[in-house]
Ligand binder design. Structure first.
Ligand code: ZN
Length: 307
């Protein structure tokens, strides 16, 4: 929704065109993020000074997004652009940015935020690994799935907002502190929810979960994809299912946008079950903000492993 506060308080004035330019305290900073997770955190940190749009939807694979012309319109108007980085959006975001006709949000500009700044990436490949196929040279980019990294993302976004809207600095710092306090409170509950997962072996469809796994203590022991982005052969599926039976792996972690049929086939052969988690905010019902993403995912995973 655009300018919710303006609409709520001054609908007639707004329609009559009495509001020209930015009024202090109203939605003034236009933020465009690549993903819904960044958008949710930007809303938390920006509060009522920002208007936030995400390019990818929560149920979409953030590696692959079709560049629509409407995104260029959003980017042209944006005051702040926020990306996940670590080459997650390599296939689509740089191109959109380059065509946005907005100098302020280009890399190095005041309006550009790479949310991965200060994140310690996992699975950074050695030079030798890089020739082995589709590997992210800067490490696994799915770092937002560790809520501790949410802190860093929020701080990066707050710093960006302060750059483009210095008048809001006090508000952004207060919102950032509130976000961090909320995270602390929930982390305690999430650790409790995750306690029964400790050491449990699971297979994941795609290599999306190393940060989530490290934080919450289960073990990803294999993937349905033989390599990131490559679908499995029949032979690979059979071997994976056999290994899962042997090692007592009862759960396959799935995201909404991967091939459900293949995951179900592996599960059937292995005597396991598929549990679909939200890869991003909005990916499943009830995952409307960054905290709810972990509430829903941890409950689903704990339930699947209990059965
Ligand atoms: Zn990936």
């Amino acid at each position: 929704m655009r300018f919710p506060i303006v609409r709520r308080i001054l609908p007639f004035a707004a329609v009559a065109g009495l509001l020209t330019g930015a009024a202090p305290g109203l939605a003034v900073v236009r933020v465009v993020t690549t993903t819904t997770d960044l958008a949710a955190i930007a809303r938390a940190v920006g509060g009522d000074r920002v208007e936030v749009d995400s390019i990818a939807a929560g149920h979409q694979d953030p590696h692959f997004v079709d560049a629509k012309p409407s995104y260029l319109v959003q980017l042209k108007r944006a005051d702040l652009f926020v990306q996940v980085g670590l080459e997650l959006e390599l296939g689509w975001a740089p191109n959109l940015l380059a065509n946005s006709r907005n100098a302020a949000i280009q890399r190095g500009g005041a309006g550009f935020v790479d949310a991965s700044e200060g994140i310690a990436p996992l699975q950074v490949p050695s030079a030798a690994d890089r020739s082995a196929g589709d590997i992210h040279p800067y490490g696994n980019p799915h770092y937002w799935l560790d809520p501790e990294n949410g802190r860093t993302i929020a701080a990066n976004i707050a710093a960006g907002l302060e750059r483009v809207d210095p008048a809001g600095a006090v508000a952004y710092r207060a919102n950032l502190a509130a976000f961090a306090a909320g995270l602390d409170e929930r982390l305690a509950r999430w650790r409790e929810l995750a306690a029964p997962l400790a050491g449990a072996p699971v297979v994941a469809y795609h290599n999306s979960w190393p940060y989530f796994e490290r934080r919450f203590g289960f073990r990803v022991v294999g993937f349905v994809e033989p390599k990131p982005g490559i679908p499995p052969s029949g032979r690979y599926v059979a071997e994976l299912a056999e290994a899962m039976r042997r090692d007592g792996v009862r759960v396959i972690l799935m995201s909404t946008f991967y091939d459900q049929k293949t995951a179900e086939l592996v599960a059937r052969l292995a005597g396991a079950k598929v549990v679909t988690l939200a890869n991003s905010v909005g990916g499943l019902p009830g995952t409307d903000d960054y905290f709810a993403l972990f509430d829903v995912n941890l409950v689903r995973l704990a339930e699947a492993l209990r059965q």
